[in-house]
Design a protein around this ligand. Structure first.
Ligand code: GDP
Length: 286
């Protein structure tokens, strides 16, 4: 796939910057998309952070299958003491307090905790909601802590609460583009640009996945009683029901599959997750 937006030089520079900045914080707040925690992570974070306490934020949990999100929380908890998972929605502000609480839990026993607030930095790949989390947490308190002449170009620390400060600039990691499965899932959810991928194919696989894991949602939304044998017939049924026709009366397959994609992304098919612990690989393998 031609998805290379990050040149090695760029990656190295970003990596170095994040590493430098991470030295200055006590806790790392790693933002993931709760629907695809593995595909929305970048394993480089493990090298960058070592054993620094890490809050694993399963963001966009308002869009994810709550049962699956619980499984992911258990999974991340099982990884060890200095990693703590929380499920939040920065858009609906659901459970945002868990971020502040989680940072405190991860800092228990630290010598400095009596003297100063916890310092944290938000990291994650594009589109997982880093900015939304920062805005939701900091709100109007955007008055910078280190706001002295001469240091304005530095990253600013924002007071989130009496006990927590975060940097105003997130660390942006890059997705693992070289892995097709990951690229496809990110594209399906609209987290990477559509035009660079064969979106029809990806959407068809997405439809097959939904039929397999959440059949009732598809049946309900498109008024379908029995699934046909072939996906193409299902697309035809969707097209027919929704009036996706070409002139002459045939089915406009592209329009029909696009409609499904819009429904999926727009939450019209309800909450769903594309990855389960232990089953996160092979979604799109042929
Ligand atoms: P960033 O690139 O990581 O900073 O991501 P943004 O904060 O720009 O968010 C990317 C998109 O995801 C935006 O359209 C947000 O409105 C949306 N978004 C972020 N957090 C949530 C969330 O918790 N729930 C939902 N439904 N959408 C979210």
């Amino acid at each position: 796939m031609k998805l290379i937006q990050w040149y090695p030089g760029h990656m190295h520079k970003t990596q170095r910057l994040i590493k430098e900045n991470l030295k200055k914080v006590d806790v790392i707040i790693e933002i993931l998309d709760a629907r695809i925690p593995v595909s929305s992570s970048n394993p480089i974070i493990d090298d960058l952070t070592g054993d620094k306490p890490r809050l694993v934020v399963l963001n966009k949990s308002d869009l994810a299958d709550a049962k699956v999100t619980e499984l992911w929380k258990k999974y991340y908890l099982s990884l060890g003491e200095n990693r703590l998972p929380v499920a939040v929605s920065s858009k609906t502000r659901d459970n945002l307090n868990a971020i502040i609480k989680g940072c405190k839990t991860l800092s228990v026993g630290a010598k400095w905790l009596e003297r100063r607030p916890i310092r944290a930095m938000i990291v994650g790949i594009p589109n997982v909601g880093k900015s939304t989390v920062i805005n939701a947490l900091a709100g109007k308190k955007k008055a910078a802590v280190g706001n002295k002449p001469g240091v304005t170009k530095e990253m600013q620390r924002l007071n989130v609460s009496d006990s927590l400060q975060i940097y105003d600039t997130p660390g942006i990691l890059w997705p693992k583009f070289e892995d097709q499965d990951i690229g496809f899932k990110l594209a399906l959810l609209g987290s990477i640009k559509d035009t660079i991928l064969v979106l029809d194919e990806i959407s068809i696989r997405g439809l097959e996945y939904m039929v397999q894991k959440y059949p009732e949602r598809i049946k309900e939304r498109y008024n379908i009683e029995e699934f046909p044998n072939e996906t193409i017939q299902l697309i035809e049924m969707i097209g027919k029901k929704r009036g996706c026709l070409v002139s002459g009366g045939g089915i406009d397959y592209e329009k029909a599959i696009n409609l499904f994609l819009l429904d999926l992304r727009g939450g019209k098919l309800g909450t769903f997750s594309l990855e389960l612990p232990g089953e996160e690989r092979g979604f799109f393998s042929i």
